[in-house]
Design a protein around this ligand. Structure first.
Ligand code: SF4
Ligand code: FES
Length: 263
């Protein structure tokens, strides 16, 4: 799990004379039976993001408010939260783009709550490990070179920043926690579509079952919230096509004469 925010981000302070917005923030600590909402009013400028306002709140009003971020530019995927009921990256969600009035801020859904706006997305990372892709194609490496230690674990689903917004938005994950979920299925599509010298069979086994690609109802909520256009719903649809072909090939391999099998 990424580190909780410990200190306010330098430069996040806004001009006290600037217009203000009120944030209604969901508060809950793991282990506490009580949960509720706190209201904070923060000064805002024309480019103030939800994350800017929240870090201002932490710096000036309530240091106990827990949230998480790292890169501040939609790359690390750690600042996901629900703003006005929509799953977003807080670092690129500007308050001026939201309707006037109070702004509600909640943690992502369908993932264990750690505290306030922080959820534990370790299970997503672990599931993605099951279909991880190498960052560097063995076939494209410079002669005699080897990727730096650990690099092979970094890229799993190209364009996916592993933010978990799609997991939060998915209605199937909400009703069936065993469902593999859009990010993992998208990553599996990437692997089976282009194995890059990897054995795709573990990915087939992971996603060609009741809790895999066939469980998806193609609600497209994941596509709607994905901040990187990784478009997991489209990849799930493509994955189904590949799975069908894989099933047919395997059936033919079991039942047809070898010369009739087309790979
Ligand atoms: S598919 Fe999109 S929404 Fe889902 S984890 Fe990846 S970047 Fe986030
Ligand atoms: S802080 Fe990295 S994606 Fe928002």
């Amino acid at each position: 799990m990424a580190t909780l925010l410990q200190t306010p981000r330098p430069g996040a302070d806004a001009d006290p004379a600037a217009p203000a917005r009120t944030l209604r923030v969901r508060r809950h600590r793991r282990g506490d039976s009580a949960e509720g909402w706190d209201r904070y009013t923060a000064p805002v400028g024309p480019r103030t993001t939800v994350l800017d306002a929240l870090t201002w709140v932490r710096a000036h009003l309530d240091a106990s408010l827990n949230l998480r971020h790292s890169c501040l530019h939609a790359s690390c995927g750690t600042c996901g939260m629900r703003v006005n009921g929509r799953d977003v990256l807080a670092c690129v969600t500007r308050l001026e783009d939201l309707p006037p009035g109070e702004v509600s801020v909640e943690p992502l859904r369908n993932q264990p709550l750690v505290s306030d706006l922080v959820v534990d997305i370790e299970s997503l990372y672990e599931s993605l490990d099951g279909v991880r892709l190498p960052l560097v194609r063995t076939s494209e490496g410079a002669p005699g070179s080897t990727p730096a230690e650990g690099v092979g674990h970094l890229t799993r689903f190209e364009d996916c920043v592993e933010c978990g917004l799609c997991v939060s938005a998915c209605p199937i994950v909400a009703s069936d926690p065993e469902y593999a979920g859009p990010a993992v299925l998208g990553a599996a599509w990437r692997l089976v579509a282009e194995p890059r010298d990897r054995d795709p069979e573990p990915a087939y086994a992971l996603v060609d079952g009741e809790q895999g690609a066939w469980r998806c109802h193609l609600a497209f909520e994941c596509n709607e919230v994905c901040p990187t256009d990784a478009l997991p719903a489209e990849e799930i649809a493509r994955l189904r096509g590949i799975l069908l072909r894989h099933r047919v090939v395997r059936w033919l391999q079991r039942h047809a004469r070898p010369e009739e099998v087309q790979p």
